[in-house]
Design a protein around this ligand. Structure first.
Ligand code: GLN
Length: 487
């Protein structure tokens, strides 16, 4: 039998069904790996070993009683931005270091109801603000492909855990690329659904009009499986959309014959590293050989997406972060002189530099004299970008390109230069501004480091996005590669 930690969720589900192993056996293997290997990665903020073993035992009982959900006994890890009852939810921040939520996020609840077993909570950029998982109060996450490098971010802990085979699947959140970019940089699959497809209830808000929950896995089949459980209407999220959830797994099988794939001219401009471009071009040829039709499309306002995002996201962030004041939520400074001192010192001590930078930018663009010039203008450009995508999707079914302009960069390389860090999301941010579903799937290596192919679909085009990535994985084995030392 293939070793348990090397198997995908889909393989593990079949094995457990056959009775090859129990959930308790599986969870013990993975907890053992986390214990011995996570020191090298710092992918976890919290490991919930006892609760996981207890849940696994319950799952084994449920199976024996003939009462097993689709994810019965299967392990997942949650980004530490999802509220979990009785377990800390830190958001990678000192501000929430000791915060224990009184309730579970909707997706935590849904995965648990399907029988999933949670191994722990993963490390991340503070409040999901970052592209490298270095802004975490709990220290940076390391990339299993090269521990001197970043796994990307902000869902870097989830991506590193899946890449290193510490867990077969993880949840993540994506506001500007935080699922797809770390997936690309760690050789995993990262899926961000349509805005409104998956509930945001119990997911700590960063930029509410852009935030979306999704998954990081090693195969598209697993992404489809998890998404099917997580997706669907939730009346506790006012932006949740009431629309039936298709059978994502069933839709994977259809061939790519006749699928129209748009290649964005601007994607292959100067910013894209040459070998990464070559890997992406090669993957497009694979899709073409499978019967897809490649055509060029134009996203004329693409270069405005990063500046637009860095007005809209900080604006919403500054508003969302106001609840962390040491009174309602979060770290409270000791011995305050008065209320003002309490607010100032609690926030001063609780937040790290990147969060403060965003709060200041956001407050500025929302302030009376500047609102029209910055915030309103950015909202208008956002509409233009969304229209560009709509026009493109009148002609193609999918838009394909690179996920990230370079492979994983060295830890510390971009921390002094926020603009270079921000530019890392140039290819992913558009999908968030327009609310579109998108996936990153491994498509090759550059100097020993994985790179990703990015596929974007029209609203509620999850099935097409997943199918395209899945069919690509039938012809390639990049997604099966495992980093040295984690086999
Ligand atoms: N890197 C982007 C940022 O720092 C996106 C983060 C995210 O998607 N959460 O805002």
């Amino acid at each position: 039998m293939q070793e348990l930690h090397t198997q995908t969720l889909t393989q593990l589900a079949a094995g457990m069904q056959r009775g090859d192993f129990s959930s308790v056996e599986l969870i013990e293997v993975l907890l053992g790996r986390i214990e011995s290997l996570d020191q090298s990665l710092n992918a976890f903020i919290t490991v919930t070993a006892d609760a996981a073993l207890a849940a696994a035992a319950r799952a084994d009982d449920a199976r024996a009683a003939g009462d097993a959900g689709v994810l019965n006994g299967l392990p997942v890890v949650h980004k530490d931005i999802f509220c979990t009852k009785g377990v800390t939810t830190t958001c990678g921040s000192r501000m929430l270091e000791n915060f224990v939520s009184p309730y579970d996020a909707t997706i935590v609840e849904r995965l648990a109801a399907a029988g999933a077993v949670v191994l722990g909570k993963t490390n991340m950029d503070e409040f999901a603000m970052g592209s490298s998982s270095e802004t975490s109060y709990f220290g940076p996450v390391r990339n299993p492909w090269d521990r001197e490098r970043s796994p990307g971010g902000s869902s870097g802990g989830s991506a590193a855990a899946v890449a290193a085979r510490l867990a077969p699947a993880a949840t993540g959140t994506d506001t500007g690329g935080s699922i797809r970019q770390p997936a690309a940089l760690t050789g995993t699959v990262g899926m961000k659904p349509t805005y409104g497809r998956v509930s945001r209830y119990g997911m700590v808000a960063f930029a509410s009009s852009l935030d979306q929950a999704g998954v990081i896995t090693r195969s598209t089949e697993d992404a489809a499986l998890l998404l099917g459980v997580m997706a669907g209407f939730d009346q506790r999220d006012s932006t949740s959309i009431d629309r039936p959830v298709p059978d994502y797994v069933a839709s994977l099988a259809k061939s790519l014959k006749g699928l129209r794939i748009g290649i964005v001219r601007q994607h292959f401009d100067a910013g894209l590293e040459e070998k990464t471009a070559a890997a992406v071009r090669e993957s497009l040829a694979v899709l073409e050989a499978q019967g897809a039709i490649l055509t060029e499309v134009d996203l004329p306002n693409l270069d405005l997406s990063v500046p637009t995002y860095y007005v809209v996201a900080p604006a919403e962030c500054s508003s969302n972060m106001s609840r962390f004041d040491g009174v309602r939520f979060g770290h409270r400074a000791k011995d305050p002189e008065d209320l003002f001192d309490l607010y100032c010192r609690s926030r001063g001590e609780g937040f790290g530099a990147e969060v403060k930078r965003r709060i200041m930018t956001g407050t500025y663009v929302l302030s009376a004299g500047y609102y029209d010039a910055y915030y309103l203008k950015a909202q208008r450009v956002r509409q233009l970008i969304a229209q560009d995508f709509n026009k493109a999707f009148a002609e193609v079914d999918i838009i394909a390109g690179p996920t990230s302009p370079t492979p994983a960069f060295r830890l510390g390389d971009k921390t002094d230069d926020p603009i270079t860090m921000y530019l890392n999301d140039i290819y992913t941010i558009g999908a968030n501004l327009a609310g579109l579903p998108a996936i990153s799937t491994p498509c090759g290596f550059v100097d020993g480091l994985p790179v990703g192919l990015h596929l974007v679909g029209p609203h509620f085009g999850e099935e097409t996005v997943l199918r395209c990535a899945h069919q690509y994985q039938q012809q390639t084995d990049w997604h099966e590669a495992c980093p040295e030392g984690y086999q």
